[in-house]
Design a binder for this molecule. Sequence first.
Ligand SMILES: Cc1cc2nc3c(=O)[nH]c(=O)nc-3n(C[C@H](O)[C@H](O)[C@H](O)COP(=O)(O)OP(=O)(O)OC[C@H]3O[C@@H](n4cnc5c(N)ncnc54)[C@H](O)[C@@H]3O)c2cc1C
Length: 508
Amino acid sequence: MAWKLAQTGKRILLIERGDYLKRERENWSTEEVFAKGRYQADETWTSSSGESFKPGLHYFVGGNSKVYGAVLLRLRVEDFDAVRHPDGIAPEWPVKYDVFEPYYQAAEELFEVRGARGEDPTEPPSPKPYKHEAIRHEPRIQALSDSWVQEGLHPFHLPMGALLDQDETGAATPHSQLLRCDPFDGYPSLTNGKSDAQVICVDPALKAHPNLTLLKNAYVERLLTNPVGTSITGVETIIEGQRHIIRGDLVVAACGALSSALLFLRSASDRHPDGLANRSGQVGRNYMRHNNATVLAISRTPNPTEFQKTLGLNDFYHAHDKSPLNPFEYPLGHIQMVGKSDGMQIEAEGLPGFLQWLPEKPFDWIAHHSIDFWLTSEDLPRPENRIFYRNGQVHLDLTQTNMEGHRALREMLRTICDKGDIHPHLMDRKLYLGKNTPIGGTAHQAGTLRFGEDPETAVLDLDCRAHGIDNLYVTDASFFPSIGAVNPTLTIIANALRVADHIAVRLR
Ligand SMILES: Cc1cc2nc3c(=O)[nH]c(=O)nc-3n(C[C@H](O)[C@H](O)[C@H](O)COP(=O)(O)OP(=O)(O)OC[C@H]3O[C@@H](n4cnc5c(N)ncnc54)[C@H](O)[C@@H]3O)c2cc1C
């Protein structure tokens, strides 16, 4: 949003509660990043069962994208329609894929996505190819892909926001911004080789546009309105312990779906007693975060892959009628590779039961044979799944939905592992998403301020403007009415570009 609006020449202030994430040796330390949570927000929230947990949030210039896996997938066309699941219906979107398509294209180009069209049968239509060729598989992953093709599956190259310049063998060129190395997925990039929001948007926009200013270490506490409650008149911000009121004609909240909802709730006033723009009662509700799992399997042949996150599979994405290899009448979800686990990670996770018999607990041996997958299934927006304050404490209520489809997806992966020269046992890797999964697994947070035409049922209108507040917009994943089963960020970026176009017209 800031990158695009900076081009209007208007004076724009970007307020960020964190600082720049320090480039340091620890960026690539598994112990620091995963076991100690060095970059994770130091916050404690409470779950519906009364337990406290640390959410998987990262407060830096660039936000959670500083550590994300940079898989940048479009939602499928069908995700914009109502989708039937065992536990209910994922609601349709009021704006459809055809409106998003040019913005998806622009988002892929902006984030320098490497990908290949035409491999994945669920891929939505796109008239243009990717700007950069896909990141090549390393030999063990290529062998896995080949064996799955022989089984009639359709593995594809993951679209990646990874600034890798590869030579004809797939190796990083001497000047590539990204090294073809292991610490990528879940780690900050020491070489700034990841297409994150700081590297791609904030820094270049600050350099090119003197009308854009970044205010770091500034926490937005509340949004203040005019006496009738129809317009934001001030942004109450805490800087070095002091309260400041910042004023602007338009305000865009993009704090991440959970934090934007909290901001709306903190901003309650006489005119908005239940939180800003909460006539619908939906602020903070309908929270989704995918049913995610990171699993480790053991390859029968060694897996020396360095950059493992190159392969995806969507053969079980839709129900049987559209994904014939899925035997079920409901969708299961998406499978992709995840960053390769190392010995330290496996030791910190605990040894899988089925390997307990091994002498000396050979973590490095396991790591050398490990092959790691990420499974994503769609969860449903339920009003009772919500973020809210109770006695000043943040509460996150979550009851899981659609676990039947998720378990079936795992079973499918087990079956196809066996065909790919991999032992058909899957061990859960919990550190990747934070130790308190599922509740702490907030990585794919969405849905808490959903958009829709009717102010009685939605918080934002179709331009992602708060219903009833003329100059307040929201452009993180809180607008999602449903979440599909692919990683959310490309849709967040595409939507921000769409809303930025609307705001630019308004500013003219
Ligand atoms: C380990 C991990 C791996 C992931 N991998 C992928 C992936 O491969 N593909 C994918 O699509 N997605 C992935 N994600 C999710 C992805 O990171 C998020 O979807 C994305 O970062 C959301 O962007 P955003 O700008 O909406 O919000 P955020 O990235 O959360 O940014 C919000 C910003 O607002 C700031 N902020 C919050 N509250 C305030 C306040 N009150 N005042 C001032 N500033 C505030 C925060 O500090 C932050 O910088 C991953 C996430 C994690 C944690």
